[in-house]
Design a binder for this molecule. Structure first.
Ligand SMILES: Nc1ncnc2c1ncn2[C@@H]1O[C@H](COP(=O)(O)OP(=O)(O)O)[C@@H](O)[C@H]1O
Ligand SMILES: [Mg+2]
Length: 373
């Protein structure tokens, strides 16, 4: 494994056996339509393995994560994100292929890897109910050999970050689900791991808490150069905002891996603009004649129209605006349209992203753009 890589996988595959068919009360099998050859894996509801009793949750995934990187695994529910993280965290054995973390092979040297890693799963609410938040975190830190004084320093800081100071002495059985999740988030950082796996860390949290957690993740990496975070999410805006690079994964397969900006460039070969305007005497007709315009879409809006156009290059926007003004048009607003990761997913997978966007970040910041050649 290359010394600059914190994590690497090579043709990593994991299959699971399919659950047995349920039998009815009288020992009869429930009727089940057999999958046909023409059905997509999604229609068959699984990705068929080599034999019909297994399906592939992770399919020959090869990737490298550099030291110091905040690397994202973005994929819809059931894509295989948690399976991959569990293999890297030495909790699950791969079926085939290889994986290395901090230079060690996950199969042959799991014990060597464990002191260097930590893992937090969103939605996880583990811990000892009769212990308080502070006691739970202290216990966990001691299991990793962190001296008590240092452990309490880190605990108090982290509890303040997630806004749980006032619950420090509350038994965790008295916490809400979100509060327990925040406590578990703190647990991930207490050991100061070289490689931290965050599996959907903001899942189900309110908007403000999710924002706090995202900004802390960035801050922590900034303060601890050389530490690496592998984060999974099915929130597009979160992946876009946080990750240095990300891998898009669907149905166990890695579809693309690059920085969010580079991934977006994949789907947009021409700069796109939106002009909100009141058309002049000749409407927007003069634009149709301009050779620079690659695509023109006109959407009726209150007090005028919105014209969305793709230009051959950035320099063409000047002449377009000039022509419109000469025609007597009044331009109310001019916006450059950026493609979103949703567009990237659509292009790669051929279907729309079905996940949610809890912050509304995507909707607010990036108007949905039609696919343009
Ligand atoms: N222990 C298991 N046994 C059987 N199937 C599993 C098991 N763990 C995960 N799967 C299946 O593997 C696929 C990928 O799951 P997972 O990695 O949890 O996806 P994600 O985290 O992207 O939502 C899903 O279809 C899931 O049902
Ligand atoms: Mg998962």
């Amino acid at each position: 494994m290359h010394p600059d890589w914190a994590i690497a996988t090579e043709e990593l595959t994991r299959t699971f056996s399919k659950p047995r068919r349920r039998r009815g009360r009288w020992g009869l099998q429930w009727w089940r339509k057999p999958a046909t050859e023409n059905e997509s894996p999604r229609q068959q509801n699984c990705f068929q393995g080599e034999d019909s009793n297994s399906f592939v949750a992770l399919d020959r995934v090869t990737l490298q994560v550099r030291r110091g990187e905040l690397f994202g695994l973005l994929g819809p529910n059931g894509a295989g994100k948690t399976t991959l993280i569990k293999i890297l965290a030495t909790l699950l054995a791969p079926t085939s292929g290889r994986a290395w973390v901090a230079g060690w092979d996950v199969v042959s040297h799991p014990q060597a890897i464990r002191p260097y890693i930590n893992m937090v799963s969103g939605g996880e609410t583990s811990g000892y109910g009769i212990l308080t938040v502070r006691e739970n975190l202290w216990l966990f830190a001691r299991l990793y050999g962190i001296p008590t004084r240092l452990a309490y320093q880190r605990i108090d800081r982290l509890l303040a970050v997630v806004g749980l100071e006032d619950k420090a002495h509350t038994r965790i059985s008295h916490l809400s689900t979100g509060q327990r999740q925040k406590m578990n988030f703190c647990r991930g950082f207490i050991t100061d791991p070289m490689v931290l796996f965050l599996d959907e860390p903001t899942l189900g949290l309110d908007v403000a808490s999710a924002r706090t957690i995202r900004s802390f993740i960035r801050e922590w990496l900034h303060e601890h150069p050389g530490r690496t975070i592998l984060l999974t999410t099915h929130y597009l805006a979160e992946a876009d905002e946080l990750c240095d690079r990300l891998a898009i994964i669907d149905q166990g397969r890695l579809l693309a891996c690059d920085s969010p900006a580079a991934l977006k460039r994949l789907v947009q070969r021409h700069p796109r603009y939106s002009l909100h305007l009141t058309p002049g005497a000749n409407g927007w007709a003069p634009l149709r004649g301009m050779s620079v315009i690659h695509n023109l879409e006109v959407i009726p809006r209150v007090g005028g129209v919105e014209v969305q156009l793709a230009l051959r290059d950035e320099g063409a926007i000047g002449p377009v605006v000039q022509t419109l003004l000469q025609q007597g048009a009044q331009i109310v607003n001019l916006t450059k349209l950026e493609p979103s990761l949703e567009d990237v997913f659509l292009q790669l997978v051929g279907r729309r992203w079905e996940g949610d966007d809890p912050d509304g970040v995507l909707a607010a910041a990036q108007p949905r753009t039609p696919n343009v050649p």
